[in-house]
Design a protein around this ligand. Structure first.
Ligand code: FAD
Length: 452
């Protein structure tokens, strides 16, 4: 007998960063909302991404800072309690996860804990439930990509889904991938005592970033003792007893106790049978959306990572705000935002808006100025001289269009520039601003004056 289709007000597939608040708001407004989730409630960020990785880095960077205090005359004898580090990581993660559970239960959402698939137009099914709604939101995120390497199926590799389940950091670690996940977790593991090699196919870590920013990361990771195999790929992996042996394209062989795959992400769309609702995907499998996050099927929207956009929690969350506005009758475009992000290595690599090259590609006569942190009082006084601040402006009117800040906790300071872009400020505005001495922020008016 065919399953009876229930008509509801809103269907959300995936409890990621945009899906949950959207479901909660609608349920609290008295709508019948069905939320499908096949894994842990709260999605990647809370369970396998931002939250556990930053709790992990909190331990790692405290160890790194203590070790780096020697030039100040402070000599620390560091002892890492790996079990305690990982226990705390899981505790912090579980607190956030439990918060998601309470939020969803408290809002009266009809939660179906199963893998959902489209079975008709705006109709979604899992197990013995089949629901249809005028609006369906796909928030299914991405999964770690598994590169095709000889022997990969025979080796107990780790991904972000399993990394935080380890009882303690591994003794010897190979990381495949020098993107932001690879460098954050690789440096973190090194600072917690692991012997780490990062293997990356491109000649630069995080090769989409400016070369000098990437170079600062490279030298900082090397100073920590991370080994980098750049412009190199892993050709094969095999188990020799309990040891993982990786053969590299340059002929080298590395032995390790753990292998972390951080070599890209694949969209969670294959299981959704999107064609049943006429929803198109792009060549890489991400859901095709217009500027209002609307898919090729009327009434079906996608948000967050699966919509093929910069993969950050704040992007998914901002999509929720945009869809809320659109559903209320005041459509908001997906691109009406200043994108900012940070790689939480030490030093951090923080970005907002456009680089000079990106601005030029858009036809803007962009100019940039760069100040080294060694030329800012805060940098020299605190022995935090590694890195720089770069400001990008439109040469025509001085309007600020972007910035790259590399240095200690630069993810905080970059917000000032993101906000300045949002307000349409120019370098002249920044020049007028009186900064506090001696902070890194003091470098901002100094940077502005370099455009005179
Ligand atoms: C290690 C790591 C560190 C990160 N650090 C940061 C950071 O510091 N800052 C930052 O901004 N971003 C960070 N990110 C990225 C961030 O986690 C993602 O951009 C964000 O979680 C995307 O949210 P989302 O809503 O698109 O989907 P997700 O959070 O991925 O949620 C998707 C949900 O959909 C569920 N699902 C999938 N298919 C189905 C189905 N068929 N049926 C039912 N449920 C389904 C999944 O189980 C999952 O729970 C990090 C990511 C990783 C991996």
């Amino acid at each position: 007998m065919a399953t009876k289709i229930e008509d509801v007000d809103l269907i959300v597939i995936g409890s990621g960063q945009g899906g949950v608040p959207l479901a909660v708001d609608h349920a609290k407004a008295g709508k019948h909302v069905v939320l499908f989730e096949r894994g842990r409630l709260g999605g990647t960020c809370v369970n396998f991404g931002c939250t556990p990785s930053k709790a992990y880095l909190a331990a790692a960077h405290n160890a790194g800072r203590a070790r780096n205090a020697a030039p100040l005359g402070v000599h620390a004898d560091i002892r890492i309690d790996g079990d305690a580090v990982m226990d705390r990581v899981r505790r912090v993660r579980d607190e956030w996860h439990d918060g998601s559970e309470k939020r969803v239960a408290g809002a009266g959402i009809d939660l179906i804990r199963a893998s959902a698939a489209f079975t008709g137009e705006r109709t979604v099914s899992a197990g013995d439930r089949s629901v249809r709604a005028p609006r369906v939101v796909i928030d299914t995120g991405t999964s770690p990509a598994v590169p095709s390497i000889a022997g990969i199926g025979d080796v107990p590799y780790l991904t972000n889904l399993t990394w935080f389940e380890q009882p303690a950091p591994p003794k010897r670690l190979i990381v495949i991938g020098g993107g932001y996940i690879g460098v954050e977790l690789g440096q973190g593991a090194r600072r917690l005592g692991s012997d780490v090699t990062i293997v990356h196919g491109a000649s630069h870590l995080m090769e989409r970033e400016e070369a000098d920013a990437s170079d600062v990361l490279r030298s900082s990771l090397e100073a920590d003792g991370v080994r980098l195999a750049l412009g190199t790929t892993v050709e094969s992996v095999a188990m020799h007893g309990t040891t993982i042996v990786a053969e590299l394209s340059d002929g080298a062989t590395i032995e390790a106790d753990a292998l972390l795959l951080a070599a890209g992400r694949t969209p969670n769309t294959p299981d959704l049978t999107l064609d049943a609702s006429g929803i198109a995907i792009d060549a890489r499998g991400f859901v095709r959306c217009d500027e209002y996050l609307q898919t090729s099927c009327s009434g079906v929207y996608a948000l967050g990572d699966v919509a093929g956009q910069p993969a950050f929690t704040h992007v998914a969350w901002e999509d929720y705000r945009r869809l809320t506005s659109t559903f209320a009758g005041t459509p908001r475009r997906r691109d009406d935002r200043v994108l900012s992000y940070t790689t939480f290595t030490e030093p951090q690599l923080a970005r907002t808006g456009m680089t000079e090259a990106e601005a030029r590609e858009k036809g803007i006569g962009a100019e940039s100025q760069t100040i080294q942190l060694a030329d800012v009082a805060r940098g020299t006084e605190w022995n935090l001289e590694t890195g720089f601040m770069r400001l990008v402006v439109d040469g025509a009117d001085g309007r600020i269009v972007g910035a790259t800040f590399v240095g200690y906790e630069m993810g905080e300071l970059i917000h000032t520039i993101g906000f300045a872009i949002e307000l349409g400020a120019t370098w002249h505005d920044l020049d007028r601003f009186v900064a506090i001495h001696p902070t890194f922020g003091e470098g901002l008016p100094s940077l502005a004056r370099m455009f005179v």
